[in-house]
Design a protein around this ligand. Sequence first.
Ligand code: GTP
Ligand code: MG
Length: 231
Amino acid sequence: MTQKFDFADALDLSEDTALSWRSLGELAAGYIEVQNTYRAAIREINTKLEILDDEFRMRHQRNPIHYMQSRLKTPRSIMEKLRRKGLPFTPESVRENLTDVAGIRVICHYIDDIYMVAKLLTAQDDITLVRETDYIKNPKPNGYRSLHLVVQVPVFFAERTERVPVEIQIRTVAMDFWASLEHELRYKAAEDVPDYLVKELTECAEIINRTDMKMQWIYKALGEIKDVGKK
Ligand code: GTP
Ligand code: MG
């Protein structure tokens, strides 16, 4: 109790600000502790995906994965999410309540590649599928499309094994193009994007989706032409 007020006095902060500063400090210390674990989990999943991608290339002379990105949630963004959900600011709370501290985005060439990658990854013995949200079959009202998975992967340390959640977003190049620009526009707008522009953006998502489906159709049609040529 006294310590709380000393802290505020020393830095000349209001009680509320002092509390959130101390929480941030505690969370940052805890975060450094768990950071390695989440980073290791990302490495595990990245390796698994690279192996699948290489194997597919060997068999079919093309890569299903265009590229991958990964990120660790920043302490600030972890704290904002905990606050938003009214959860305690402790490393245990992060571990129990947040499944998106470790995030991987997998950008595929074709829609079918997305489902193939998801199926091959989740079929692996050491992977547990915790949640799957298919925003491709059920796009968000704004047109957002992507397959979201939360999986748990074991990370082996000297004296313990931890099952660590990783959020994986799998989408095509085209879906990624839309999501990146939509995110940027929303961010730039500062306030809510006006309805008529949201409608325009949703229309863009539909157009992009039609193109995605057509590209896949062309890819398959070309494959069939090649197969016929071989006979
Ligand atoms: P969060 O609390 O944000 O994690 O929401 P949630 O747990 O309901 O997850 P959801 O699947 O809705 O979104 C998780 C992530 O998907 C976001 O952090 C974004 O990266 C991405 N995402 C979801 N919806 C949209 C969208 O409408 N536009 C864009 N650009 N990205 C989105
Ligand atoms: Mg989420």
